[in-house]
Write a protein that binds this ligand. Structure first.
Ligand SMILES: [Cu+2]
Length: 117
């Protein structure tokens, strides 16, 4: 699978370049904050970073650890903001998980857990 190959490549690059995380950028804005309790799920998860990053993986995990399939294809081009369409979800607890690639080639994982009422 394409995404897995890219993640494997990213992991390999981390092993080779175990450098300090100085050039890294983190999430600046997100329309679903970590630990949010939502009455209504937005159509998309929109989030942005301080600098352009590559978004190389995105998934939605249920409380029991299952991955919910989405048609999302990570874009190839680096960008400062992303909008990932969300599927209809039943009430419950979920975690959005993503992996970005910073300019210096290091992958960074992020996540945002939320409860949908
Ligand atoms: Cu780095």
């Amino acid at each position: 699978m394409h995404t897995l190959k890219m993640v494997a490549a990213a992991l390999a690059s981390v092993a080779m370049l175990a450098a300090p995380a100085l050039a890294h950028t983190s999430v600046e804005t997100a329309n679903i904050q970590d630990a949010a309790v939502l009455e209504t799920l937005p159509d998309a998860f929109s989030f942005s970073f301080g600098q352009p990053v590559g978004l190389i993986a995105f998934s939605i995990r249920t409380e029991t650890g299952e991955i919910i399939d989405t048609p999302f294809q990570p874009p190839r081009a680096p960008a400062k903001s992303f909008s990932v369409p969300l599927p209809d979800l039943a009430p419950g607890r979920y975690t959005l998980e993503w992996r970005t690639l910073s300019k210096d080639g290091h992958p960074m994982d992020g996540k945002s857990a939320f409860e949908l009422k």
